[in-house]
Ligand binder design. Structure first.
Ligand SMILES: C[S@@+](CC[C@H](N)C(=O)[O-])C[C@H]1O[C@@H](n2cnc3c(N)ncnc32)[C@H](O)[C@@H]1O
Length: 311
């Protein structure tokens, strides 16, 4: 199976899909969420599905997508949501629902040559879009020790990030990093605490940096708010605490820092009615079936109509 969809029914319920509406699945992957959205649309309206990965694009060749006139695939990073939708004739303020299910798919993770997993020895690539940007190996060979430390500590919460960053710089002076095995060897020498957890933290941190996942999410959130119509719905599934914090802040305040701001009329900006006061997490049954669901958090909101001037 390409990917077992996480929080499928729950996330689509929050979108409240109506036939004839305009919807966006920002992270098509294996198409699990898109399939259910299309079903609820009942052949009326339009679904724009984004994915920056060539392999995900191949999933659209399945009959249920390729033969569905409501389905449009956009092979792009979702950070360009607005530009891409506009080029399809979709105006700001006219989208009924937007969903994002962040991170990598099981297919990407389990394909050795993509270099996402420490379980296989392969080129240390980790790019979701293999046409764009430096690989994880290039990043490890080019960043200075301070930049590497920031990646390990901020994105991976690696406790000995300084030691690891300095060790990486010393290691590459002898031979540049090329494979997942090279990185694993470095981790083995410096690991703290649980072995697998340490590897996961380091690999996840690098993956998030290679794909600028926080930067893409930030750009996406602002553009999603602009593209939604009043009463339009946004639902986001995250797998990392920094991502969840950004989404939480954004839904509450309209900015990823979570700073309350006043609009032109002096009203505190609250662009969404929250559908989730606390994030919704998968139940034990789903986690038992799909370990990847373990760290998933779903948050959703309904875009408010524009506030009026204070009387
Ligand atoms: C967790 S999977 C989505 C799985 C999908 N919901 C399903 O049910 O099959 C995430 C997908 O989003 C894509 N992706 C992640 N970040 C992206 C971005 N910034 N722009 C476009 N696609 C992205 C990945 O390539 C991957 O295929």
């Amino acid at each position: 199976m390409y990917h077992e969809t996480v929080l499928l029914a729950e996330s689509i319920d929050y979108l409240e899909v109506k036939p004839g509406g305009i919807y966006v699945d920002a992270t098509f992957g294996g198409g699990g969420h898109s399939r259910l959205i299309l079903k609820k649309m009942g052949g009326k309206g339009r679904l724009f599905a984004f994915d920056q990965d060539e392999d995900a694009k191949r999933n659209t060749e399945q009959q249920e997508f390729s033969a569905n006139p409501s389905f449009f695939f956009i092979h792009s990073n979702f950070r360009h949501l607005k530009r891409q939708l506009r080029s399809e004739g979709i105006r700001s303020g006219s989208v009924d629902g937007i969903l994002a299910d962040l991170g990598v798919s099981s297919f990407q993770f389990d394909t050795p040559e993509r270099g996402f997993s420490y379980r296989f020895d392969a080129e240390l690539d980790m790019r979701m879009n293999r046409q764009d940007g430096p690989t994880a190996a290039e990043l490890l060979n080019q960043y200075d020790a301070d930049a590497l430390q920031r990646v390990f500590s901020e994105l991976g919460e690696v406790r000995n990030s300084r030691t690891l960053a300095q060790a990486a710089v010393a290691r590459r002076a002898k031979a540049p990093f090329r494979t997942t095995g090279d990185l694993l060897e470095l981790c083995e020498k410096h690991l703290l605490g649980d072995r697998m957890r340490y590897f996961s933290q380091v690999f996840q941190a690098l993956r998030m940096e290679v794909n600028d996942e926080l930067g893409a999410l930030e750009a996406f959130l602002y553009e999603a708010l602009e593209m939604l119509n009043p009463e339009g719905r946004l639902a986001v599934i995250t797998f990392h605490s920094l991502e969840d914090r950004m989404v939480k802040h954004f839904l509450k305040t309209g900015n990823v820092e979570g700073v309350p701001r006043k609009d032109f009329y002096g009203n505190i900006e609250r662009p969404f009615d929250l559908l989730t006061k606390k994030p919704l997490e998968p139940g034990a049954e789903e986690i038992g079936r799909n370990t990847r669901a373990r760290s998933a958090k779903l948050r959703a909101g309904i875009k408010k109509t524009a506030p009026e001037a204070k009387k």
